[in-house]
Design a protein around this ligand. Structure first.
Ligand code: HPA
Length: 292
């Protein structure tokens, strides 16, 4: 697999140009779906799909629960490009390489990033099957996806992440939560590198640091999007009590069973969020960009 993935401007452009040559729409929203949450992609009215294997210089998924394709189409009236299958640090990609897909989506023209993941609940009030709107994150890995050679095309050298998980979008997500059948929290996601689930001691430490949920994704993508200046909205599906909090062994199977069990309600919630974003926030934002 492609450990020679480069996140520099020219490689990202080559991948984006290839994708553009195969699609008939200009997407406004980028969506990246987490493990077990792939069925959300079924809601998209598909215009075209492109396997990652066809895209020059693009990373390849190595996780069986992650399909590896881009879906282009319309979701609740919004033109979207959806990554069905994402890339992780634990697969061997460097943090820097994890910048590439989001940069490529930005070159396709997306103006907002919508991210989902499966996560372990750390907050004592969270239960499997709950949702968490990500309000902030803890990234104590000592790394950043946009570290290294600086490409001005993708943002400033130093950048502000105080509103990384965009407050206006979170407000919409909170509003939609009130009419959803799910229990929706808002909290802090802590990135762990995996592939092991965390130790009980790490989870106790995470809780002391202020984490509400833990997982192995999303933060590299959010940091890349924030660098480019794309607003991010991100959701964790709480699939299990984090390590040390229950007697159940932690497994990917459990993660998938819980994610599947709420996929119907979660899809309905996500649809509502996207639809409302389009009405409340999106239209202005999208209109502005469409008119350019
Ligand atoms: N830890 C890390 N990643 C996860 C978990 C967890 O408990 N659950 C789902 N993804």
């Amino acid at each position: 697999m492609g450990f020679d993935i480069q996140s520099d401007y020219s490689h990202c452009m080559m991948a984006a140009e290839y994708i553009k040559s195969r699609i008939g729409i200009k997407p406004d929203m980028g969506i990246i779906l987490g493990s077990g949450i792939g069925p959300l992609a079924d809601m998209i009215e598909v215009e075209s799909t492109i396997d990652y294997t066809d895209i020059p210089y693009f990373p390849q998924t190595t996780v069986s629960s992650h399909k590896g394709r881009l879906i282009l189409g319309t979701l609740e009236g919004v033109k979207v490009v959806c990554m069905q299958g994402r890339f992780h640090f634990y697969e061997g990609y460097s943090y820097e390489q994890l910048a590439m897909p989001v940069r490529v989506l930005s070159l396709l023209g997306v103006k907002v990033m919508f991210l989902t993941n499966a996560a372990g609940g750390v907050n004592l009030a969270y239960k499997p099957g709950d949702i968490m709107i990500i309000a902030d994150h803890l990234n104590l890995m000592g790394v950043n996806p946009v570290r290294g050679q600086y490409y001005s095309e993708f943002g400033e050298r130093f950048y502000d992440v105080q509103n990384l998980y965009n407050e206006s979008l979170r407000k919409i997500a909170r509003k939609c939560a009130k009419r959803s059948d799910l229990t929706v929290h808002e909290g802090t996601y802590m990135f762990f590198p995996g592939p092991n689930f965390e130790t009980p001691a790490e989870i106790r430490a995470a809780r002391m640091l202020g984490a509400d949920a833990v997982g192995m994704s999303t933060v590299p993508e959010a940091l890349t999007a924030g660098h480019i200046g794309l607003p991010v909205i991100a959701f964790s599906v709480i699939t299990n009590y984090a390590a040390g909090m229950s007697k159940e062994p932690l497994s990917d199977d459990e993660v998938r069973v819980i994610a599947d069990s709420i996929s119907h309600e979660f899809s309905a919630y996500v649809k509502d969020v996207i639809c409302t974003m389009n009405e409340v926030y999106g239209t202005e934002q999208y209109k502005k960009y469409r008119e350019q």
